[in-house]
Design a protein around this ligand. Structure first.
Ligand code: LMR
Length: 399
């Protein structure tokens, strides 16, 4: 039996959604999970996705198994989008597999490292997305941290980051967020990315790029590929983990892509053979429906342009909510706390600087839910709840 199984803690992000659901207070707000909501607080299925689904339904497709590496045509479009102009020069040594969204791509990475990569040390940013630690420690890797966020400036600690990456043993694994860093909303500038590249190359580090928010950093898919293109064009050995959960709103469909930039077509063939073995033993082959939707949109020029506009729309609504929240706090409520970082930070999140105690008060007294680290998902804010939120934040930060 399971007499020895201890009770585990709730997930820091999904646990909040569970608590939120049970709360019957009408003005409750969920700023926990990074999932887009429209201005009425409802989940948003992109019109481009609705159109693709309707067209796919008309095709009367079968439900046959996909290959172990998934829908190849989807993978090709997905990686082309992420590697941009560099794609054509690397495609013959790029191995890609459809993954069970971003987490599934990270899982494949973690298993590959533990099976084949000499170093078992993975360097993650402090802080990072809570699930990174789970995924990589589950695969037996040693979690190490590099400095990333400076709580005083509420920006990037680039000196600390570069120094920690230089002091890491050669050939360590370094996990970087390609754009729209989660949870801080703080990305390196292009010049800072170039400095990171220099250290990574000097040290022979292996780069794992997690790209869950392409389109959300700048509102433009191509502009968000700076890091991906930089590492790939400099032939840094790397994995890329892409998710279409946020930018296509395909959360529960679990659509993602894992890709590995290898040294040669011959190495790519060996890599792919092992990737298939790994997939076969893990889940056999990935699900069809979500990848069909993504492929349909990616391969249809009109729909793809429409989709780009919809992502821009989501990104713009988030920016306007950042502005509204900051403006109410500073101009209406005269908060002296300093809220410039709300509009400086980018992507779906703001790393507010609220303490765990303030976070607890917000949920207990105001029914406003966010992760303990003070991260808020801006996507949960709308024109109807922003004032209530600002007043609550002002109250808990005034004492
Ligand atoms: C988040 O950070 O809230 C999202 O990436 C959702 C998740 O899977 O945790």
């Amino acid at each position: 039996g399971w007499a020895n199984v201890p009770m585990g803690p709730p997930d820091p992000i999904f646990g909040i959604s569970e608590t939120f659901k049970k709360d019957s207070f009408p003005k409750k707000i969920n700023l926990g999970v990074g999932a887009y909501r429209d201005d009425t607080g409802k989940p948003y299925v992109l019109p481009s996705v609705r159109t693709a689904e309707a067209e796919i339904l008309k095709q009367d497709l079968d439900k046959e198994y996909l290959p172990m590496t998934g829908d190849n045509s989807f993978c090709e479009e997905a990686t082309r989008m992420a590697y941009g102009d560099v794609y054509d020069s690397i495609s013959n040594r790029l191995v890609a597999a459809q993954s069970v969204s971003g987490t599934g791509a990270l899982l494949l990475s973690s298993r590959f490292f533990s099976k084949f990569y000499p170093s078992k040390d993975i360097y993650i940013s402090n802080p990072t997305w809570g699930n990174h630690k789970n995924v990589f420690s589950n695969a037996g890797l040693n979690i190490k941290e590099y400095r990333y966020y400076n709580p005083i400036t509420k920006g990037l600690d680039i000196e600390g980051m570069l120094s920690d990456l230089s002091q890491a043993p050669n050939s360590s694994i370094v996990l970087l967020h390609a754009c729209a860093h989660n949870p801080t909303g703080v990305d390196p500038t292009h010049a800072q990315w170039n400095d990171i590249l220099r250290v990574v190359r000097d040290k022979g580090h292996f780069v794992l790029l997690d790209m869950a928010y392409q389109g959300f950093a700048s509102g433009d898919f191509a502009r968000d590929t700076y890091a991906t293109q930089l590492f790939a064009s400099n032939n840094v050995p790397m994995f890329l983990c892409q998710s279409f959960a946020k930018n296509m709103g395909l959360y529960g469909e679990r659509v993602g892509c894992f890709s590995s930039l290898t040294a040669s077509p011959e190495e790519a063939a060996r890599f792919e053979s092992q990737l298939k073995i790994l997939v076969r033993a893990s889940y056999s082959n990935p699900p069809v429906h979500g990848a069909r939707i993504a492929r349909f949109i990616l391969k249809n020029n009109d729909l793809r342009a429409q989709w780009a506009g919809e992502v821009k729309g989501m990104a713009s609504r988030i920016i306007s909510m950042r502005q509204a929240l900051r403006s109410i706090l500073e101009n209406d409520l005269k908060s002296k706390h300093g809220w410039k970082h709300i509009t400086d930070q980018i992507g779906m999140f703001c790393y507010t600087g609220l303490t765990p105690e303030q976070v607890a008060t917000l949920s207990r007294d105001y029914h406003i839910y966010l992760t303990k680290n003070g991260r808020i998902s801006i996507a949960g804010i709308n024109t109807s709840n922003v004032r209530y939120l600002a007043e609550a934040i002002h109250t808990v930060t005034s004492n």
